[in-house]
Design a protein. Structure first.
Length: 99
């Protein structure tokens, strides 16, 4: 179970790193993301068979982490129709390639 928790945390941090802008070559602080809202799509696993409960646990943890410290005013879940009316929205797609 401890390994499962480590994987969940690692994937959550990795997903957050994908949302953050890259550092410039001059070591200037990164620009803040301008999007006010993020929609988190369900974690995909095309290359390997991922247990459904693990896939859901990854997704739920990612949503919780973004709600806590993602810096977005709104965090929308996959399929939330309210996201369509968000004017400044980014969509996060996550794919597990190894397990």
């Amino acid at each position: 179970m401890n390994r499962l928790q480590n994987i969940i945390v690692w994937l959550s941090v990795s997903a957050l790193a994908l949302v953050a802008p890259p550092l410039s070559a001059e070591n200037n602080p990164p620009a803040k993301i301008q999007a006010a809202a993020i929609q988190v799509e369900m974690v995909q696993s095309d290359e390997i068979k991922l247990p459904a409960e693990f896939q859901i646990a990854l997704y739920e943890n990612l949503v919780r982490q973004l709600e806590k410290q993602g810096g977005f005013e709104h965090v929308y879940r996959d399929g939330d129709h309210r996201a369509a009316s968000a004017s400044d929205l980014v969509v996060l797609h996550s794919t597990v390639r190894g397990f």
